[in-house]
Design a protein around this ligand. Sequence first.
Ligand SMILES: NC(=O)c1ccc[n+]([C@@H]2O[C@H](COP(=O)([O-])OP(=O)(O)OC[C@H]3O[C@@H](n4cnc5c(N)ncnc54)[C@H](OP(=O)(O)O)[C@@H]3O)[C@@H](O)[C@H]2O)c1
Length: 297
Amino acid sequence: MTTASERTDAKPAVTVIGLGEMGFALAGAFLDGGHATTVWNRTPDRAVDLVARGAERAASVRDAVAASPLVVVSVKGNATARAVLESAGDALAGRSVLNLTDGTSAEARAVAEWVGDQGAQYLHGQIMTIAPGIGGAESVIFYGGSDAVFGQFKATLQLVGGRGTLISADAGVPALYGMAVHGTMWGALNGFLHAAALLSSEGIETRRFLDDARPSVDALLGFLPVIADEVDRGEYATPYGALQHHRPSVEDLVRESEARNIDAEFPRYTLGLVNKAVQNGHAHDSYSQLVEHFRKK
Ligand SMILES: NC(=O)c1ccc[n+]([C@@H]2O[C@H](COP(=O)([O-])OP(=O)(O)OC[C@H]3O[C@@H](n4cnc5c(N)ncnc54)[C@H](OP(=O)(O)O)[C@@H]3O)[C@@H](O)[C@H]2O)c1
């Protein structure tokens, strides 16, 4: 009889270690996709519903790793991911490990190196959706690490996110991509929420503003490729929209915020960046020149 670990068909057996909100969703997607799925969680009870749906519950990490060629890890923190995998001992050799645990790029690389030392292949994934989005055709996952693992399990990986892309042979790069998206998001959201406070101080609903100003707000995203090209080239000179033209508008925003007694720290920070760049001779440069400020420690 063929055991789950020996299956080499189009639906290889999968092990999921860690059944928190995310791991539970991942295991569910593999089960729904028809894969033999083995699960392990520190708190065993979290596997009950998955077992009812057809999953095998392993008694130990070692058994879980031994059960499948593809071992998916989703726990809190890469130190935990490493510690859990360590308890598999020599069962790791020959396995493909897909670590979907968030952390820094250095942490991901350290786990990758250690897994490689155990004779296993490694792929790191940065999930860009919340758990209910797992399995969605539009759900994005950035992968970095073994090209061979990505290729071998491509159809299986599609089950968790339809828009999974191998972006690098380096296991640390997906974390950077994730942070770059989130950093952009938080910056934009801070600006938007400050704007919402400004508007509500006048009794204007944020939604009404968005409906009226939608073309202007949407145009921001369309502007990003221009900014990206300037940053990549390191050439910032521009005939239009130079920092000297941004400055009075940012000053207005600061003064308006102060006059309305709403927090002005965020626009004041922006004004500080613009002032510094102008003082350093970049009045005629594009806003993208500010990347040089962030590049310096
Ligand atoms: N939830 C999301 O929507 C989402 C979205 C994107 C990315 N992620 C990432 O996915 C990963 C898992 O997140 P989650 O939301 O599933 O977290 P969670 O619901 O808090 O679950 C945490 C998991 O880690 C396990 N764990 C924690 N400490 C452990 C230890 N010392 N030894 C063994 N297992 C341990 C927990 O086991 P117990 O059950 O025994 O506590 C549980 O399985 C994280 O890196 C998170 O950033 C999550």
